[in-house]
Design a binder for this molecule. Structure first.
Ligand code: XIL
Length: 301
């Protein structure tokens, strides 16, 4: 195969990218998107503040354009994200207790109903665990009660039973980290108690503070063994040249080694599209030329 999407499809996987909707008018960007990827995630446009700027007033116009493009190019869509402590609209930031819990559930229901049948996988809950230990992150949502995550997943299942429901987080790649164990134990508990969860997303923003770990494949496999799909959802790798390319190739090989690792998404197309303020963490350079990392990904499939 000569594109990322086709190479992944030959192995029964998808290869996706985050898309920033205002970049679609950039022809270099759009050409690469249309050619290379068979899954897309809105980088910001399906977040809570974007879709529900005022309480119970939804604005789907921009995000709907991603669905249109995805249909045109035959790509799946990952929905990102329904419940999160960050990028909440102002009205939600100032809420608490039962009112916030109900607002969270209403957001999930309304958004998933609007996109019913159009989203392959939803990040129902994003980044709910604390970085320093295996416990929950403090947030307004967490303060509504420890059951807010399972409440979110049950609400999501009722709204669109066909969508895969994912828990998504970062720094959960290294099997020996407490945060990884915290998320693992939650998923294990959910499966044991019948809380609906279908997948775990590993953001995989690799850098010097949280490098690609040698036990990444073990982590993916251990989660998969709980009976969920695993997806690499926001991949970017700090660095350049051969070192970066080798790591990208290793990530692909790790996913291919785990039957239930069904897709990889990079968090942007060109280095200049990255959310990282500096560096060259993606597969295409600023001019849209494929880098060594691109070739490594293609040949790892
Ligand atoms: C980032 C976007 O890339 C930025 O444009 C935005 O300013 C902040 O959010 N984890 C996530 C993503 O789940 O939603 C974040 O995306 C990156 C970290």
């Amino acid at each position: 195969a000569t594109t990322l999407g086709a190479a992944a499809a030959e192995k029964g996987r998808y290869f996706g990218t985050a898309v920033s909707l205002n970049r679609l008018s950039d022809s270099t960007y759009s050409t690469i998107l249309n050619r290379e990827f068979n899954s897309v995630t809105a980088e910001n446009e399906m977040k809570i503040d974007a879709l529900e700027p005022q309480q119970n007033q939804f604005n789907f116009t921009t995000a709907d354009r991603l669905i249109t493009r995805a249909n045109e190019i035959g790509a799946k869509v990952r929905g990102h994200t329904l419940a999160w402590h960050s990028q909440q609209p102002g009205w939600m930031q100032s809420m608490s207790g039962t009112a916030l819990r109900n607002a969270m559930k209403n957001h999930i229901t309304q958004v998933m109903t609007h996109y019913k049948g159009k989203i392959d996988s939803w990040d129902v809950v994003n980044e709910a665990f604390d970085d320093g230990n295996g416990g929950r992150r403090d947030s307004n949502l967490q303060r509504t009660g420890n059951d807010w995550i399972e409440d979110a997943f049950k609400t999501a299942r009722a709204a669109d039973p066909a969508a895969k429901l994912c828990y998504n987080d970062y720094n959960t790649d290294n099997w020996s980290w407490a945060k990884t164990q915290g998320v693992y134990n939650m998923v294990k508990d959910f499966k044991a108690r019948g809380v609906p969860i279908d997948c775990v997303g590993f953001q995989s923003h690799f850098n010097s503070g949280s490098p690609y770990p040698g036990n990444y494949r073990t982590t993916l496999q251990n989660f998969a063994d709980l009976g969920v799909d695993v997806q690499i959802t926001e991949l970017d790798i700090e660095g350049s040249g051969t070192t970066q390319a080798t790591t990208y190739g290793n990530v692909v090989k790790d996913c291919l080694a785990v039957t239930r690792c069904n897709g990889i998404t990079v968090w942007g197309i060109r280095d200049t599209d990255s959310w990282r303020a500096s560096g060259t963490p993606l597969l295409f350079d600023g001019s849209g030329n494929p880098k060594a990392a691109y070739n490594a990904v293609l040949s790892a499939f």
